[in-house]
Design a protein around this ligand. Sequence first.
Ligand SMILES: O=P(O)(O)O[C@H]1O[C@H](CO)[C@@H](O)[C@H]1O
Ligand SMILES: O=c1cc[nH]c(=O)[nH]1
Length: 301
Amino acid sequence: MNAAQRMTLNSQLDGNDFLYHIGLSTEDDLAERFSDVKFVCMGGKPERMRNFANLIYDVLGRPKNCEFDTVASGDELELKDLGKAAGRYSFFKVGPVISASHGIGAASMSVILHELLKLTHYAGCTDVTFIRVGTSGGLGIEPGTSILTEQAYTGQVEPFYTQVACGREIKYDSKAPLDVAERLRECARTLGHPAMVGSTLSTNDFFEEQGRLDGALCSYKEKDKMEFIKRCHDKFGIKNMEMESACFIAMCNRANVNCAVICVTIVNRLMGDVISTSHEELKSWEDRPQNIVAEFIRSNA
Ligand SMILES: O=P(O)(O)O[C@H]1O[C@H](CO)[C@@H](O)[C@H]1O
Ligand SMILES: O=c1cc[nH]c(=O)[nH]1
């Protein structure tokens, strides 16, 4: 049997903590409630992550150790949004899975990732895999295709994540371990969903940093946009653009936890900037990475 993967968190943590943005503290029976967690799945939207929690509940055949809202007798059980009281993020506990929303961008995502890393640490969880389940803009990719990030790049197309700490910049590795990505690709194949491994541009902005021409403000022209996008694609093998993967992977690497990023493409940026797809089609594309991750969890739980 393999030895448990050892999380490497801040050695100054002393075991007494209040996880302010998710409204839990080390007084809240964390070990009893969360020690069985093996997968922490995160994505931008609260509704997506509620949907994913419900999907996991079905796929795992109504597992034990879920947290439900208290309901009147006779009513359907409803998974509890454990983040509701704190009012920043939604998150759910379903058997071995935490499903959490992280909002838009690294600033928002990193706050809840810090607190979920600490939560799993305080709860005594072992061998936890962190997965971001998101959407993205594809570069020359058929919309509806899921991209499994291999190398995340900054908006300046650098292969690392820059963390500012006490006024200094520190660069951290943002290359994902390929093991989970390859296994997710196998699950995609099983389900018949298009998916591929590739590099991802991870920006701090949806508009100018991703070379869009349709922001309220814009400092460049179509020719500059196409040169940038083509350089990303041709020189760096970048297949999609989103806003959290570099920070997510770098933090997971620092914490020594396994991780993957899977984002479905919802627009082909070589063809245009605007996401005008119908709500139904977008929903069906957004469901694909969720189904792929659910299949991965089902076959590994
Ligand atoms: O769909 P999510 O997970 O939010 O991911 C993508 O969508 C948001 C922008 O619309 C950014 O957060 C980007 O990373
Ligand atoms: O083009 C896109 C689509 C989704 N998310 C992004 O960050 N960019």
